[in-house]
Design a protein around this ligand. Structure first.
Ligand SMILES: Cc1cc2nc3c(=O)[nH]c(=O)nc-3n(C[C@H](O)[C@H](O)[C@H](O)COP(=O)(O)OP(=O)(O)OC[C@H]3O[C@@H](n4cnc5c(N)ncnc54)[C@H](O)[C@@H]3O)c2cc1C
Length: 528
């Protein structure tokens, strides 16, 4: 998957595409893979990098949603549990089973959560990730050792263990883009859709701007899908300037802490904090992700920053559950994302808004898909492509994605979800990256002493994963910025030099990239 080759592919496509998708997050990439794997010619355009917006900033849970079970939304939980199983089955290199422990502070909580989670187990049916069980006080202390000293655990009476999925969200998007490519489709990053083309009042394509070379071009399409998440209404307004908004934006933030805050392999799940939120602390790539929050915000932002009340909430709860407040430098990274939630009249607070999705067809046949969750991306895509294909009379073909193995699927990962090779996240591509590292000593060197990533991974990202900027490499091909922002800042010049060599850029470009990335990454460094 290479940008120059993709531009050539688009240039050589001299008839309308069956499907053009706007938006390269989970939803858009899911739609494009669904359409291409049905045999429709498919092009996806992303204004920035794949997963740059919400889809790289999630809590990284492939889950049915214990909270939605509490809310009584059984249909959503059932659907999401089915999709969780499919994600693991189709991308075992990116998704793994994770044990979660819910500590209980009153005797009634153990059977209450215990029975709830037995229902969760039952709903997952054949795609179970493991049976839940009720735990005694001592077992909880062994599983969550650091929590023993904490205030909250002084009244501990036991707990419940259950299982869900955890995954790497940005890498999953890269794998979807590669799968699209493998299926004969095309995905282009840094290409912004500026306008919609219309013929006789019907959407017939898009006018796009290549953000890297400054050119504008038109592509024709039988149907255009708007999968732009928090920007859904902006794109709908390109079609109908007066269209009523369908999306509400809610922000959530996370802190990443050293593993010493939660050693071991179990995650902590707090189903109800004092102010009624759900809180997770989850081991991820050798660190611990703590989050999240849910606050309605007035504007969609590409690079949202944690709000003061969010950082106060996270710090307070880390103190409560891990016995001590983190020092500034122990917050390795602080990042935020914004949820595209379907608007509902009269809903109180965004946490009460459904995570279900909606597909809206405009009078001029723009098909917009909004809402949902990462876990249900594939189902959202299937529904959207079903509607779009019927709308414009594409040959009737069923979705093939329920069992479609994603790029990188490997026998080894499928057999053992706990593969611990540093490159196992690449699945079957790992062999080629290992071979690249072996070519030259410099390629096997790390890009920074505190980061696990090598020069070979940067070269690979530039050659085969359409990484175009230092941010692409450090935030979404590797997860350095999300795991340790200060180290990512220090690694920027090394990465810029490798990219400049690979992409044929000049020293001025290198300096601009380093300065731009450092200024962006400062927002991930926590300073109280
Ligand atoms: C804090 C937080 C935690 C979450 N945790 C979980 C979780 O653990 N599990 C779970 O299942 N879900 C979770 N979610 C939900 C999940 O992350 C989202 O539902 C999902 O990522 C939305 O994907 P999307 O593709 O719709 O949007 P996005 O990822 O935002 O993609 C939309 C894309 O459209 C592009 N775009 C916009 N306008 C244009 C244009 N004019 N031209 C070209 N491209 C354009 C944008 O650049 C963007 O990349 C979480 C969400 C948040 C915010």
């Amino acid at each position: 998957m290479n940008r120059k080759a993709t531009l050539n592919q688009i240039g050589a496509h001299n008839r309308p595409w069956d499907v053009v998708v706007i938006g390269g997050g989970a939803t858009g990439l899911g739609c494009a893979v669904d359409a291409a794997s049905r045999g429709y010619s498919t092009l996806l355009l992303e204004q920035s990098d794949f997963a740059k917006a919400t889809s790289s900033r999630s809590t990284k849970l492939s889950h049915g949603g214990v909270r939605y079970l509490q809310q009584g939304n059984i249909a959503l939980v059932l659907e999401a549990l089915k999709e969780r199983g499919r994600m693991l089955h189709n991308a075992p290199h990116l998704v793994r089973r994770q044990s979660f422990v819910i500590p209980a502070y009153a005797a009634w909580e153990i059977p209450f959560y215990g029975i709830g989670l037995k229902i969760y187990d039952a709903l997952s049916g054949k795609s179970s990730f493991g049976a839940s069980r009720m735990l005694g006080k001592q077992t909880v202390r062994q599983m969550l050792p650091t929590a023993v000293q904490s205030l909250a655990n002084s009244a501990l009476s036991g707990g419940v263990e259950y299982f869900d999925g955890q995954f790497d969200d940005a890498r999953y998007c890269v794998a979807l883009a590669q799968t699209l490519h493998d299926q004969g489709g095309a995905a282009l990053n840094y290409t912004r859709v500026l306008r919609l083309l219309k013929r006789n009042g019907v959407v017939s394509g898009v006018v796009a701007h290549d953000e890297l070379n400054g050119t504008e071009f038109e592509v024709e399409a039988k149907v255009v899908l708007n999968a732009t998440g928090i920007f859904t209404d902006e794109v709908r307004h390109l079609d109908e300037p007066q269209a009523a908004p369908i999306v509400t934006v809610s922000q959530g933030s996370h802190f990443v802490l050293p593993s010493s805050f939660l050693p071991g392999s179990h995650a902590l799940m707090v189903p109800k904090t004092a102010d009624g939120r759900v809180l997770f602390a989850i081991p991820w790539h050798g660190a611990v992700v703590v989050g999240t929050t849910d606050d309605e915000v007035p504007h969609a932002q590409m690079e949202p920053r944690p709000l003061a009340e969010e950082t106060a909430f996270l710090k307070h709860h880390i103190g409560l559950y891990f016995g001590r407040l983190p020092k500034d430098e122990e917050v390795l990274s602080a990042w935020s994302g914004q949820r595209p939630l379907v608007r509902k009249q009269g809903a109180k607070g965004t946490a009460a808004l459904s995570r279900e999705h909606t597909v809206v067809v405009s009078p001029s046949r723009l098909v917009s898909v909004a809402g949902g969750k990462w876990t249900t991306y594939r189902r959202m895509a299937e529904d959207t492509v079903d509607i779009a294909a019927k709308l414009v009379g594409l040959p009737e073909r069923s979705s093939a994605t329920a069992a479609l193995r994603l790029h990188g699927w490997s026998e080894a990962a499928a057999a053992d979800g706990s593969a611990d090779h540093a490159l196992s996240i690449y699945g079957s591509d790992q062999v080629a990256i290992d071979a690249l590292s072996a070519q030259h000593r410099e390629l096997s060197e790390r890009i920074h002493p505190r980061l696990p990533y090598t020069v070979a991974e940067v070269v690979w990202a530039a050659r085969h994963e359409m990484a175009m900027t230092v941010d692409d490499v450090l935030a979404r091909r590797t997860r350095a910025l999300f795991l340790e922002a200060r180290a990512a800042i220090e690694a920027a010049s090394t990465v810029a030099a490798i990219l400049a060599r690979e992409l044929g850029r000049n020293p001025g470009w290198e300096d601009e990239q380093v300065a731009g990335f450092r200024s962006l990454a400062k927002g991930y460094v926590f300073e109280s």
